[in-house]
Write a new protein. Structure first.
Length: 724
């Protein structure tokens, strides 16, 4: 073999030229290196790989090659070359980066072999090839990145995978599946049996059956189960299985294995708090609405029933009879035969009375030996005469109780709505008064309440007149009580609370006059005055540079008034600069629940005008979850009775916690009322209730004191103890 090989691509000789063509066509670069002189010969492809023509590179020396090599790879290549020259390596083989003409690096796989040594045995000539492996390398690199990403996301999502080869029985777990099982490939060798054994008994049954179905019938699964890890930690997992078939026969199972404990725990907590709340609600409802002895509605439910009957009668132009029934001679039975017999007698009487009433009428136990019947849908008052006399008869029959023959009678007082155009409370009082007269007239009889004679009715009418006059004379004022964000102490708005500045009796709280107007048109007139005054106040504060939103209490009657929305629109129109978010309404939970359809619609229409709602005194109305979902409110105001005692009463605290959880689920804001001390504020904050109102922050004050208070509060935003 000659020392000097001519350039491969310069061959004149035919056969050599052909060979060169063949080699070029294979895409392999060829090199031939005179180790001692450094002279390097190469073919066209060798030059092409790094972006040159042969001419451009000619003549090239060994150092031209080495300077084109990536510095990191040069070290590696030199080391391998030395090893090859020493005879340690049979072949020289390296993957290295070479600089391309346009500046970037390409990956080249170089292989070579020493083919000649000089007389002293030193390397003389070496030949070899270059292959462009850039594409393969890029794919490899992408694979590494993709695998890393996959691994990371699997770790983040606690999402592992598994594969079972049904032919060999080999089970493969991904790294994350090991991690979920608190183990590693070094520590644990997974088998199907071992994997299944870790499941809790119920889950084990399910997974065993599911695997059986997959292996034998080719049916996959997607299950949420409970398992232990190899370290005995209990976790919730989601495990899925997809079956691969070959010629209809399952050959491989693959699936995911995901740790869903966090998600499951959150769900469980939520379910539990919902359940607790629902249970508490229904228990409360029951004890709050029914008499345990006779199972009849109690006073609370009675008030509701009277109200409904009154409404229905107004709609249908019918009459309602409210009959107050008091037993004559019951005390004697009790004294002579004892309480147990007395209780049995009451149960029997209740039963007899229910019997003579029509379906749909209400019989309630008012207390002791007093019952109230509400008979509605009467086309005339006299239509109830028959029922009343049957009630008298049914009580007066001799009753056999534990072999004792007992006899009592009843005195019944009756009043009729709307002849007696009074509130439910007053209707009851009037029926009670009439019952007294029946007793005075000799018992075992009924008496009808005499409206003309009644001083209470007269008094009520006078009060109404006086309140109407007060409205005319501008004797009402609005006080404002701030609401704050406990986290930042920022003031989020104020609640408007009405007062009557009475010329002789002084400043009167709403409890002194609002109940009087409760069922009267005046209630709506006062409500309108409050909204108008609040709007003027917002406007005034805005013009003084203060953007303070006001919440206004809306009475049930006002809210359900057919002109509520149109009147509101008219009022809002008078304040063109006004941002509707500055006005908010507070409605009682109980009124929100009354006519849910109607209230829902009114609320929605207000929302469209930009005015939103809070549910006031929340916790006292036994709202069910389904109702709450339907009410488009923004905020719940926790009733102050719960807040006041939450520091000492664990039940109240639990109710508050329940309400906070509930609010979270429905995405509602929660305001706690009645925050009287700094400790209230701290506890609420720790429970996650962030908004508060109460004497501890500020008592309600006249409008002209609010701005001064705001400045003071900014300077020193501290709650004080104002508990009484
Ligand atoms: P509310 O809507 O629950 O208003 C809160 C009541 O709690 C106010 O009584 C307020 O002065 C009082 N309060 C606030 N913080 C505390 C505290 O820390 N401790 C205690 N013990 N009480 C606190 P107020 O002003 O006597 O009003 C009583 C109720 O009258 C109101 O209860 C509301 O239902 C009704 N009301 C007041 N103004 C209006 C009004 O303009 N329209 C209507 N329809 N109802 C009104
Ligand atoms: Ca309120
Ligand atoms: Ca309230």
């Amino acid at each position: 073999m000659s020392n000097k090989v001519p350039h491969v691509n310069e061959q004149q000789d035919d056969s050599r030229e052909r060979l060169a063509l063949v080699i070029n066509a294979t895409g392999v670069g060829i090199w031939d290196w005179q180790v001692q002189t450094g002279e390097l010969t190469f073919n066209k492809r060798w030059a092409e790989i790094i972006g040159y023509t042969v001419e451009e590179l000619h003549p090239i020396q060994f150092d031209t090659w080495s300077t084109n090599l990536h510095p990191d790879d040069l070290i590696k290549a030199t080391k391998l070359l030395t090893q090859h020259f020493n005879g340690e390596l049979k072949l020289y083989e390296v993957e290295a980066r070479m600089k391309h003409k346009s500046g970037h690096y390409v990956w080249v796989q170089a292989s070579g072999k020493l083919i000649e040594r000089d007389d002293e045995g030193k390397p003389k000539r070496m030949i070899g090839t270059h292959l462009d492996i850039t594409e393969r390398k890029n794919i490899e690199e992408q694979m590494v990145v993709a695998t890393q990403l996959l691994n990371e996301s699997q770790q983040l999502g606690k999402l592992g995978g598994w594969k079972l080869d049904l032919k060999t029985g080999d089970l493969f777990w991904t790294d994350e599946t090991y991690r979920i099982h608190d183990t590693s490939p070094e520590e644990f060798d997974p088998t199907v049996d071992a994997g299944v054994d870790y499941f809790l008994p119920k889950s084990k049954d399910i997974i065993t059956k599911a695997l059986d179905e997959a292996i034998n019938n080719g049916i996959g699964y997607d299950l949420e189960l409970e398992t232990y890890t190899t370290k005995g930690r209990k976790i919730d997992v989601r495990t899925t299985c997809t079956v691969t078939l070959e010629e209809g026969v399952p050959v491989r199972l693959t699936g995911i294995f995901q740790d869903i404990s966090t998600h499951k725990n959150n769900l469980r907590k939520l379910e539990k708090s919902n359940l607790n709340l629902a249970e508490a609600n229904s228990a409360l409802k029951l004890s709050a609405h029914y008499d345990p002895l006779t199972k009849l509605p109690n006073r609370n439910l009675l008030a509701d029933r009277i109200e409904q009957a009154v409404k229905k009668s107004a709609r249908n132009k019918t009459f309602v009879a409210v009959a107050f029934i008091d037993l004559d001679g019951f005390k004697e039975v009790n004294d002579r035969h004892g309480h147990n017999i007395g209780d049995e007698l009451l149960k029997k009487v209740a039963h007899q009375l229910t019997h003579v009433l029509r379906e749909g009428d209400t019989l309630a136990r008012f207390g002791g030996d007093e019952f109230v019947a509400v008979i509605d849908d009467l086309s005339s008052p006299s239509e109830s005469d028959l029922v009343v006399s049957r009630m008298l008869e049914s009580v007066a029959t001799t009753l056999n109780i534990e072999d004792k023959l007992l006899k009592v009678t009843a005195s019944i007082g009756v009043t009729f709505y709307p002849l007696d155009n009074a509130s439910p409370d007053q209707l009851l009082r009037h029926a009670d008064q009439a019952m007294y007269i029946a007793k005075q007239k000799g018992k075992n009889r009924s008496y009808i309440f005499d409206i003309e004679q009644d001083t209470a009715v007269k008094h009520h009418n006078e009060e109404l007149k006086r309140i109407a006059l007060a409205l005319n004379n501008n004797e009402f004022v609005l006080y404002y009580q701030p609401k704050i964000d406990l986290r930042t102490s920022e003031v989020i708005g104020v609640e408007a609370l009405i007062r009557w500045n009475h010329p002789t009796r002084g400043l009167l709280a709403p409890a002194m006059f609002l109940p009087t107007v409760e069922h009267d048109i005046l209630d709506i007139k006062i409500g309108e005055w409050v909204i108008k005054t609040a709007l003027e106040q917002i406007q005034y504060w805005l013009s003084s540079g203060y953007d303070i939103s006001i919440s206004v209490n809306i009475s049930p009657l006002h809210l359900q008034h057919d002109r509520f929305i149109s009147d509101l629109k008219e009022m809002l129109d008078q304040y063109p600069n006004f941002k509707p978010e500055s006005l908010e309404f507070e409605i009682l939970e109980s009124s929100a629940l009354k006519d849910i359809e109607l209230v829902h619609n009114v609320m929605r229409e207000c929302h469209q005008l930009g005015v939103c709602f809070s549910i006031d005194d929340f916790g006292t109305g036994y709202s069910s979850l389904t109702y709450l979902k339907r009410l488009p409110a923004k905020c719940l105001k926790i009733d102050q009775s719960f807040v006041r005692d939450m520091l000492i009463d664990t039940d109240d605290k639990a109710i508050i916690q329940g309400i906070i959880e509930l609010a979270k689920v429905f995405n509602l804001k929660v305001i706690a009322e009645g925050v009287e001390t700094p400790s209230h504020g701290e506890l609420l904050l720790s429970l996650g209730s962030y908004y508060a109102q109460g004497y501890g922050i500020a008592k309600p004050m006249p409008a002209n004191e609010i701005l001064t208070w705001l400045v003071e509060w900014k300077k020193n935003p501290c709650l004080v103890d104002r508990s009484v």
